[in-house]
Design a protein around this ligand. Structure first.
Ligand code: NAD
Length: 489
């Protein structure tokens, strides 16, 4: 596969959507806005409820044939998809940078996660699909995993490619068809790239649909009778609505939602290392990550030195257009997100916090910010900011650190930095989170791990690695006898 041709030439997707073919939409197209410059990178075709319904029906028809293919043919499509993504790596990274405002390093990391997810998924079709159960003599009793049918995937803007493909790839590999509704702000890198990768990999027409649209299109997908399951990644507010609607329609639903994640720095930590972890966890992708470090809990003995150095560090971080070269922070996704972060910083100060640095913005470029003196009644302590804001809180004892970290409805990720691994583990065991990192910050994903949160961060599902079998298949009990028995009635 040569990387010489373009994966995403505008003439293929301009004012179109993907239902197995690239078709124009009758709705008004939407501009693809580059957050760093405000300029339009193209226009996408939008989907409404009737388009969602037609795609869901077509996906249902296509699914049986797709699952009926020999398992190694399905695996081959996934392997080819990985190769295509590899050979268009730079182009994909370029789109993530320009369309989502990612810095280069984050975009490259995201593209490599996407490739890894495709490779990992290509191994799923050839694995054992179930188990042989004990039964009465002469009866073969099998528990086997079957695809669910059509999976509706609804994805967010922040890791647009990976958070879509982490569901799309294993769902397809396990014999489902997929209707993907990416976030309308990141449809090219988070949707059309996936459509093109699979189109070029030879995925049969109709097995994957990519329908740009907003909440209404998402809601139509959730209520569609042809869709068996919804895999949703996004905010807790929208996730609740999706969960309620899925429950009403008796649909399996996987909800990967928001977080308010603590990084706990114990007083025996190497200060330099702790600062590097904090800086990464708080400021990577401008803080727009579900696993971003939303609270820095720092033990009193090193608190003052930690704050001084964090403020210096925050002031030294470069902010600018990531398409023009290496910067530490790019723009926030849009004015709404920027105003949300700004509002929380202002409310935090009103509620008694001290603004050590930052707090202001120019266009969508928000200065790296540090807040101290944030008490538990402060909105900055509880709300997910989704902006580059460090919320630093001191603590005295390990018990206090546990109680501060657990004082949230969310439960996605936590990190603890300490030279005493035993102490850190003992503390970590008491935290209510789906992801726990001893001697690492809160933002981590390796594709092969189960990923999910507790409390308001999800509904108890996980995605990734072995969890994908639970996520994208359903058990069937199959029995087989040579002859039907003569029952006594
Ligand atoms: P969002 O909830 O506004 O949007 C996410 C997706 O849901 C978009 O595609 C949107 O169009 C769609 N949507 C919105 N309302 C809907 C509805 N009523 N019915 C169906 N679909 C609907 O989230 P966002 O602002 O784009 O993303 C940021 C949020 O996502 C943060 O809270 C972040 O923590 C969370 N997130 C979670 C994870 C995770 O894996 N746990 C990963 C990334 C982001």
């Amino acid at each position: 596969m040569s990387g010489n041709f373009s994966l995403l030439p505008a003439d293929i997707w301009h004012e179109r959507l993907f239902n197995g073919a690239w078709v124009p939409s009758p709705l008004s197209p939407l501009n693809v806005i580059e957050p760093a410059t405000g300029s339009a990178l193209g226009r996408i075709g939008m989907a409404d409820a009737s388009i969602v319904a037609a795609s869901s029906q077509a996906a249902r028809l296509a699914q049986a044939k797709w699952f009926g293919l020999p398992y190694d043919e399905r695996a081959l499509v996934l392997r080819k998809a990985a190769q295509i993504a590899e050979s268009h790596f730079e182009e994909i990274v370029g789109w993530i940078v320009r369309e989502s405002g990612s810095v280069q390093a984050k975009a490259a990391f995201e593209a490599s996660l996407c490739i890894k997810a495709l490779h990992e998924s290509s191994g799923l079709p050839s694995r054992s699909q179930g188990e042989l159960l004990p039964s009465t003599a002469g009866r073969l009793s099998i528990a086997r995993r079957r695809p669910l049918g059509v999976i509706g995937v609804i994805s967010p803007f922040n890791f647009p490619l990976y958070l879509a493909i982490r569901a799309v790839a294993p769902a397809l590999a396990l014999g489902n068809s997929v209707v993907l509704k990416p976030d309308p702000r990141t449809t090219v890198c988070g949707g059309f790239a996936i459509a093109r990768i699979f189109e070029l990999a030879g995925l049969p027409e109709g097995v994957l649909h990519v329908l740009p649209g907003g909440a209404e299109a998402g809601a139509a997908l959730v209520s569609d009778p042809n869709v068996a399951m919804i895999q949703f990644t996004g905010s807790t507010g929208a996730g609740r609505k999706v969960g309620e609607a899925a429950g009403r329609h008796l649909k399996k639903v996987s909800l990967e939602l928001g977080g308010k994640n603590s990084l706990i720095v114990l007083d025996d930590a190497d200060l330099d290392i702790a600062l590097r972890n904090a800086t990464w966890g708080v400021y990577l992708h401008q803080g727009q990550i579900c696993m971003s470090t939303g609270r820095l809990l720092v033990q009193r003995g090193i608190y003052e030195r930690f704050v001084t150095r964090l403020v210096d560090k925050a002031r030294s971080l470069t902010v600018g257009n990531p398409a023009n070269g290496e910067v530490a922070l790019g723009p926030l996704i849009n004015a709404q997100q920027r105003d949300h972060a700004h509002r929380i910083v202002q409310e935090a100060v009103k509620a008694g916090a001290k603004l050590e640095t930052g707090g202001s913005f120019e266009g969508l470029f928000f200065q790296p910010t540090v807040l101290t003196g944030v008490q538990q009644h402060n909105p900055a302590f509880h709300e997910e900011i989704f902006g580059p804001v460090a919320v630093v809180v001191p603590f005295d004892t390990d018990e206090e650190a546990v109680s501060l970290a657990n004082d949230t409805d969310y439960g996605l990720s936590a990190g603890i930095i300490s030279k005493d691994v035993g102490r850190a583990l003992q503390l970590g065991e008491q935290l209510r989170t789906g992801l726990l990192h001893i001697n690492d910050q809160t933002v981590n994903d390796e594709v092969v791990n189960p990923f999910g949160g507790v409390g308001a961060s999800g509904n108890g599902t996980s995605i990734g690695g072995a969890a994908n079998w639970e996520e994208f298949t359903q058990w069937q009990w199959l029995t087989l006898k040579a002859d039907a028995p003569a029952y006594p009635l």
